[in-house]
Design a protein around this ligand. Structure first.
Ligand SMILES: Nc1ncnc2c1ncn2[C@@H]1O[C@H](COP(=O)(O)OP(=O)(O)OP(=O)(O)O)[C@@H](O)[C@H]1O
Length: 317
């Protein structure tokens, strides 16, 4: 695995204007993904994961910050100028059914990005579509079907085949398996892992489901109220996370006997996530943190390295 960042996000900020008020969704986030690496992005609903993913691929323009793909700046480019970039980076969303064109055959849906850009002829494209459908575990002949004739899991596979058609190096998966039933989820995860091995694909794998992320991620970043509070290797994050929020989050997925005290800590986490319209000063987590000190109430901690491949935004680290 190369150490060169494939995708490098620096100081990304994104707010939305909602009913006349500013809602900060992503706050000063810096992250990088190396070639062939899978980065998991986890956190509670509303913590800003999807917004960050959309900023990374250029579907949402950040208010500030830089997104570099192999050193090339993407922020400020028009959609048209982003198109060549989308050959390297594709996104798979939760609701595949809605993203497929209902009146196009599955095969046309898969190759449309290639044919539309005149990268291949329709005849060549059709053969590519059949091969891709087989790669994602469908039958080549399903190229002739229409999306409504497929199950949710099959439609999701078609979306993945479509994303793979341009031979990207990075796939951004945003809750890509969350809506599927458990056995189909397992098949899809096997597929993602196989693609990682066979194609050296990198992933930004966004999910609130930690065990799912744990299957594919080399490193995991934890988001809370728009900020990254910790990034570490998957093993470290599951076994020994540092940030009090990560501890509570990961404790909730560990088996009870091994982890009784950590579970108590999660239950003991007081309060709700603060409103994003009224963010606390200092550390975003201090209102619920069992170990907060005065400094946490006043000064926002920066993400800093506490070990190789382990960064934490906590004054106590
Ligand atoms: N287009 C938008 N307009 C207004 N507010 C938005 C928009 N997109 C996201 N938000 C808000 O930004 C915040 C972060 O949302 P985002 O979808 O990025 O979080 P998330 O962690 O992906 O959540 P989930 O896991 O529920 O998808 C939320 O408070 C959300 O309501």
């Amino acid at each position: 695995m190369s150490l060169t960042p494939f995708l490098d996000l620096r100081h990304i900020e994104k707010s939305f204007r909602v009913r006349g008020k500013q809602l900060p969704a992503v706050r000063d986030v810096s992250l990088s993904i190396r070639e062939g690496e899978s980065l998991g992005l986890v956190g509670e609903s509303g913590s800003g994961k999807s917004t960050l993913g959309r900023c990374a691929i250029g579907l949402t323009a950040p208010d500030a910050g830089s997104v570099r793909l192999l050193g090339e700046e993407l922020v400020g480019r028009s959609r048209r100028d982003l198109r060549p970039i989308w050959r390297h980076m594709q996104m798979v969303f939760q609701d595949a059914g809605a993203a497929l064109h209902p009146r196009m055959t599955v095969g046309r849906n898969v190759i449309d990005p290639l044919v539309a850009r005149r990268l291949v002829s329709r005849r060549e494209g059709w053969e590519i579509a059949r091969q891709l459908l087989e790669q994602v575990g469908l039958h080549a002949d399903q190229a002739e079907a229409f999306p409504f004739e497929l199950s949710g899991g099959q439609q999701q596979r078609v979306m993945i085949a479509r994303a793979l058609a341009v031979e990207p190096k990075l796939l951004i998966c945003d809750e890509a398996v969350s809506a599927l039933d458990v056995s189909v989820q397992a098949q899809m995860m096997d597929l993602f892992i196989r693609l990682k091995q066979e194609r050296n694909l990198s992933y930004l794998f966004i999910s609130h489901n930690l065990p799912t992320v744990g299957q594919i991620a080399d490193r995991i970043a934890v988001m809370y109220l728009g900020q990254i509070v910790e990034v570490g290797t998957t093993q470290r994050m599951f076994q020994n996370p540092y940030h009090p929020y990560s501890k509570a989050l990961f404790a909730s997925v560990l088996p009870i006997p091994a982890n009784v005290s950590a579970r108590r800590e999660l239950r003991a986490l007081p309060g709700e996530m603060p409103s994003p319209f009224d963010l606390p000063r200092g550390c975003p987590f201090h209102t619920r943190c069992p170990v907060a000190v005065d400094r946490c109430r006043d000064v926002r901690p920066q993400l800093r390295a506490i070990d190789v491949d382990h960064q934490v935004a906590c004054h106590l680290a």
